[in-house]
Design a protein around this ligand. Structure first.
Ligand code: ADP
Length: 396
């Protein structure tokens, strides 16, 4: 049984075809710059790279090219689309209605549309991706795996905001949390790496990418996470502000003349690493400006990022009554030894004995604390696609 996993972003699309008998990835691919100049598909299969540079005006074009690449005579891995038994779609926000993965129906699609306003940067491209797949593969079962689902175990005191309770009851305003598939995957992997039962562990998982979040995973369940009602809350991110005094928002609207839409745009798209550095939302560019050009605002942006992650680690250790493992994953977490070091620096008091030489590594499962460290830290590459495929298979 082969499952195709689709993870559709606003201008990019990651995919993976997984043979569920072996859990081996038959092909992985990335489509970048969808809808902008220089669209490109890169597929890796059988140890070789297949690159297609072709204009893609939208996600339907992109998915057509993905299917073509998978069945390509020379570079493909299957003979026809019939060899794809199911598709698992990553969807960011399932609201309160979806605490589990679900088979796609018309009602589910309607619910996803309803949830779109809760995750304006993410749900719309997810929906476009599903519709494009449905049009091209009308008879293939499709499952949605929500980023919010893993965090449904949070206790009320963690997921409620201290606003009038009626706003929760009537408007469903609460913390949902995101990146759940990734937090779940890396926490399971951390337990496996330690040879321990996840039910006996207190784990803090740091998913540090362009979007970033931290989760407190106690006895295998998410008990708190940094993202909230939308993915805007919590850490400083590529373009998102993360935590901010809510009064800044009303001040900008009432006193400084901004519209709600402009404030939304500022907080979601112009803030974070980009807003502070003034250089880029890409950590590589900001690290370059900080280290090679000594630009103050870039140094500050990276410092602010690490500071906020450190704050969450302290806070989550406190709410769980300690921590056994700290995990770093996603683009920055897997690839920036310097960022991992800045975050863990000074956490000796918690029992973290950082191993600077082990930390000089990118993209592979590595213990980055000394063997005698009471609290372990790991770099664990995330694999949301495999987690989604497993959920899809279980559902079928
Ligand atoms: P998302 O899935 O949220 O788009 P990713 O997990 O793919 O994000 O992470 C993207 C981020 O990872 C980018 O900001 C990029 O700069 C950063 N990144 C990738 N490689 C490196 C590296 N070698 N050093 C520092 N940051 C990196």
């Amino acid at each position: 049984m082969n499952i195709l996993v689709i993870n559709c972003g606003s201008s990019s699309l990651k995919y993976q075809l997984i043979d569920m008998k072996t859990e081996d990835s038959l092909a992985t691919g990335l489509v970048e710059r969808i809808g902008i100049e220089g669209s490109i598909l890169t597929q890796k299969a059988n140890g070789e790279k297949y690159v297609v540079e072709s204009p893609m005006k939208d996600h339907t074009d992109a998915i057509k090219l993905v299917l073509d690449a998978l069945v390509n005579d020379v570079h493909g891995v299957i003979k026809s689309m019939d060899e794809i038994q199911a598709v698992g779609h990553r969807v960011v926000h399932g609201g309160e209605k979806y605490a589990k993965s679900v088979l796609i129906t018309d009602q589910v699609m309607k619910d996803l549309e309803d949830c779109a306003k809760l995750a304006p940067l993410h749900n719309p491209p997810n929906i476009i991706g599903i519709n494009a797949c449905k049009a091209l593969m009308p008879n293939t079962p499709m499952v949605v795996v929500f980023d919010t689902a893993f965090h449904q175990t949070m206790p009320e005191k963690a997921y409620l905001y201290a606003i009038p309770y009626e706003l929760y009851e009537e408007k469903h305003i609460r913390k949902y949390g995101f990146h759940g598939t990734s937090h779940r995957y890396v926490s399971l992997k951390a337990a496996e790496a330690l040879g321990k039962d996840i039910k006996d562990l207190k784990i803090i998982t740091c998913h540090l990418g362009n979007g970033a979040s931290v989760a407190a995973v106690k006895n295998g369940e998410s008990v708190d996470t940094s993202m909230g009602f939308t993915p805007l809350e919590g850490l400083v991110m590529g373009t998102r502000t993360g935590n901010i005094d809510a009064a800044v928002i009303t001040y900008l609207i009432k006193e400084a003349g901004y519209t709600a839409e402009q404030v939304d745009e500022i907080l979601n798209k112009k803030s974070g690493i980009l807003g502070v550095s003034g250089v880029s939302s890409d950590f590589r560019d900001v690290e370059d400006a900080a280290w090679n050009r000594n630009e103050h605002r870039s140094i500050l942006a990276l410092d602010m990022f690490a500071y906020r992650v450190k704050q969450y680690i302290g806070s989550y250790a406190a709410i769980m009554g300690g921590v056994d493992v700290i995990v770093f994953t996603a683009g920055v977490g897997e690839n920036s030894p310097e960022m991992r070091e800045s975050i863990l620096e000074g956490l000796d008091f918690l029992g973290v004995q950082f191993d600077a030489s082990a930390n000089k590594v990118r993209g592979k499962l590595t213990e980055i604390t000394k063997p005698e460290s009471k609290v372990k830290a790991f770099l664990i590459p995330t694999n949301e696609e495999l987690m989604i495929a497993k959920d899809t298979l279980a559902f079928l």
